[in-house]
Design a protein around this ligand. Sequence first.
Ligand code: MG
Length: 189
Amino acid sequence: MKPRVIFSREEMFKMNRDALLERGVTIRDIAEIAFNQQSRYNDNISMKVCIESVEKILSYRDIFHLVQLSIAIDKMTEEGKFEGPIQDIMQADLGMFGVDEIFGLSIAAMYGTVGQTNFGDIDVNKPGIVKKLNDEGKLGLKCHTFLDDIVGALGAAASTRVAQIVSEDESMKNPNYEPIRFEFEDEEE
Ligand code: MG
């Protein structure tokens, strides 16, 4: 029988949540990055919407592939399973490597230019769990060459989603705001 390669969003969410947890990262850790970043601009950010954003993002197919591949590369690097200079480069978490940032940027790019600049901020300032992963990696306890960027990018994506929700809520406060009905909502289920 052929292996199954197409998974439901619920399955992808669970596999991502479990793979991250196994590497020491919780959904709350990622939500805290989003919460702290957005709290700089707004005093009323709720942790609930940050957690909900991380959970949604973890269920997307593109994100699933990037999270799973990144964790697989880090684990294989820890086990010395690559060959030649690339094993040493990834194990050393060489700053000039840059492929880990490409993975992070491709997640952040799903949330536009704001997603990418939010990722840049997190990449430079290394809040919370990102710093913890980076430090563990630098001590040689673990290889988090890809994971620190992935976690930072998930935080940036969640942060940007929260900003979009805040903007949408703000727009509804306009006294002339009128909800519209979309065409598809009229269709029979
Ligand atoms: Mg990295």
